[in-house]
Design a binder for this molecule. Structure first.
Ligand code: HAM
Length: 437
C-alpha cells in the first residue's frame, strides 16, 4: 500500500457526512435533480421569478417570523455566533427570508403580487429517520401582496402540477383554514376552555397553554379520544375567512384539483392565517408530508414591512424523490454519457479525444476510457456510464480510416468512416435531420 492510499484510507475512516444529512451521488443524483427541476419548472410556468436566498440569516428573523414557541425555532435551529459575535442561524425554512428580502429591497413597491420561487437546502436539528433529515431540500414559492383566493388556488395548483409532471399519483391534498385576527383569538379561548375540562397530563397542559391548537394534532389514542368533541376553528371562522375559504375551494374545483378538508391540521410554523394545506403521500410511513404551505397575512408587518398578505408552499425534494421511488416511477435520465470512447493504443486515443470534443460541441454527452485500460475494462466502463453507443478505435481501424460503433444494448457493431463518425452518431442519437443541421 502506498503512503497516499494509506492516508486516504485513514481519512475515509475518520470522516463521515454529518448525521441525518443525505447525499446524492451519481447515478441517484440525476434523479434528485430531475425531481427538483420538474418542481421548479411548474413554478416557472406560472411566472414565479428566481430568488437566491442567503443560507444563513440573523437569528431574530426566524424567532420573530416563524415563532418562538414552534419546535422549529425553540429546538431545531442551527444557531451560532459568527466571528463578529452576531447570532446567525442556518435557514430552517424559506418564507421568512423571502419576506425579509422583499421588504429590504422594496420589491413590494412594484407590481403586486411579487411572485418568487427558490430551491436549496434548509437545516433543522431533528431526530433523523427515513425521510426526516437535518439538511433537507425544498423547492418553494411565495406570492406576496395580494389577498385573493385565486392566488391561494394558483399556489396549490403549481405544487399539484409539479407532482403530476413527475407522474406521482399516490398523494392527497389536505386543506383547511386557520382563520384570521378576528376569529382566532375567540376560538383559541374556546379551545382553551374545552382543554381545561380534560384530564390532560402536565406536559400536554403546558403545551396547550403555549399553543392549544397543537393538541388537536396529538397522535396518542387517549388524547385523540378526548379531543373527538373539541371545537374546530373551521366551524368558528369570521365571515371574511369563511368566504375566502369557500372561494379557494371553488377555484380548486374549477381547476380539477382534488382535496380533502382536514380541520385538525396543525402546521409547525406560526405565521399561517386562512388557507393552510399539506400534500400527504401514503407510501412514506411517518414522514408523509411531501409539501405544505398556506397564507400568512401578518408576516410582512411582523417583519417590519407594509401590512401585506402572502401565500406560498415548500415542497420537500428529498421526500418527493422517495415518493417517486415508492411508486416505481421512471425518474430522470441517470446515464452520464450517451457515447463512450474506447481507444486501444496511443494514436487511437489522440484521435478519439478530438472526436469526443467534436461530439460534445454538437451537444452529445461523451466520456472516454482513460489510463490505458484494456478492451475488457474499457467496455465495462462504457456499460457503467449508461452510454448507448461505444466508439471502439484500434490501430488497425485507424489505418483503414474507420471506427467501430457498438450498440451497447444489442451488442451489434458496425464500422463507419472516421471522417463521418460525428455525423453518424448525432444521426443515431437525434435522428437523421439533426445530423444535417
Ligand atoms: P414545512 O411544512 O415546514 O413548510 O416544510 C415543507 C416541506 O419540507 C415538508 O412538507 C417536507 O416535505 C419538507 N421537510 C420539512 N422538514 C423536513 C425534514 N426534516 N426532512 C425532510 N424533509 C422535510 C415550510 O418550510 C414553509 N416555509 C412552507 C411555506 C412556504 N409556507 C408558506 N410558504
Amino acid at each position: 500500500m502506498t503512503a497516499a492510499t494509506d492516508r486516504a484510507e485513514k481519512a475515509a475512516a475518520a470522516f463521515a457526512a454529518p448525521k441525518g444529512v443525505p447525499e446524492y451521488l451519481p447515478p441517484d443524483s440525476a434523479e434528485f435533480e430531475h425531481v427538483r427541476n420538474t418542481l421548479i419548472a411548474a413554478a416557472d410556468r406560472a411566472g414565479y421569478g428566481h430568488i437566491e436566498l442567503p443560507i444563513f440569516e440573523d437569528t431574530g428573523l426566524y424567532a420573530r417570523g416563524v415563532g418562538e414557541s414552534t419546535d422549529v425555532v425553540s429546538k431545531e435551529m442551527y444557531t451560532f455566533a459568527d466571528r463578529g459575535d452576531r447570532s446567525v442561524t442556518l435557514r430552517p425554512e424559506g418564507t421568512a427570508g423571502v419576506v425579509r428580502a422583499v421588504i429590504e429591497h422594496g420589491l413590494d413597491r412594484g407590481g403586486l403580487p411579487v411572485k418568487l420561487r427558490y430551491a436549496g437546502p434548509f437545516f433543522r436539528y431533528e431526530r433523523p429517520q427515513a425521510g426526516r433529515y437535518r439538511q433537507l431540500q425544498q423547492v418553494g414559492v411565495e406570492a406576496i401582496g395580494v389577498d385573493d383566493p385565486a392566488l391561494d388556488a394558483e399556489v396549490i395548483a403549481v405544487a399539484d402540477e409539479g407532482f403530476t409532471a413527475l407522474g406521482l399519483t399516490g398523494y392527497r391534498l389536505e386543506i383547511t383554514s386557520l382563520g384570521d385576527a378576528e376569529c382566532r383569538p375567540a376560538y383559541r379561548a374556546l379551545l382553551q376552555e374545552f382543554l381545561a375540562g380534560l384530564p390532560l397530563d402536565e406536559d400536554t397542559r403546558r403545551r396547550a397553554q403555549i399553543n392549544p391548537l397543537r393538541v388537536l394534532d396529538d397522535k396518542r389514542p387517549e388524547v385523540r379520544a378526548m379531543m373527538a368533541d373539541a371545537p374546530l376553528l373551521i366551524d368558528h371562522l369570521s365571515a371574511a375567512s369563511a368566504e375566502h375559504h369557500a372561494a379557494v375551494k371553488q377555484h380548486l374545483d374549477d381547476l380539477g384539483v382534488a382535496y380533502v378538508e382536514n380541520p385538525r391540521m396543525v402546521r409547525g410554523l406560526d405565521y399561517y392565517t386562512k388557507t393552510t394545506f399539506e400534500f400527504v403521500h401514503d407510501g412514506l410511513g411517518a414522514q408523509s408530508g411531501i409539501g405544505g404551505g398556506g397564507r400568512y397575512d401578518g408576516l410582512m408587518s411582523v417583519l417590519g414591512g407594509q401590512p401585506l398578505s402572502g401565500v406560498g408552499f415548500g415542497i420537500g425534494v428529498d421526500r418527493t424523490l422517495l415518493a417517486a421511488r415508492v411508486e416505481g416511477l421512471p425518474i430522470g435520465d441517470t446515464a452520464r454519457a450517451e457515447v463512450f470512447g474506447v481507444p486501444l493504443g496511443a494514436a487511437a486515443r489522440r484521435r478519439l479525444v478530438v472526436i469526443a470534443a467534436q461530439l460534445r460541441r454538437a451537444g452529445v454527452r461523451v466520456d472516454l476510457a482513460y489510463g490505458g485500460r484494456g478492451l475488457k475494462g474499457a467496455m465495462k466502463s462504457a456499460d457503467r456510464s449508461g452510454a448507448r453507443y461505444a466508439l471502439v478505435l484500434g490501430d488497425r481501424d485507424l489505418e483503414a480510416g474507420t471506427v467501430g460503433v457498438k450498440d451497447l444494448a444489442s451488442g451489434a457493431q458496425h464500422a463507419v468512416a472516421l471522417a463521418g463518425a460525428v455525423d453518424e452518431l448525432v444521426g443515431l442519437l437525434r435522428g437523421p435531420a439533426a445530423a444535417d443541421r
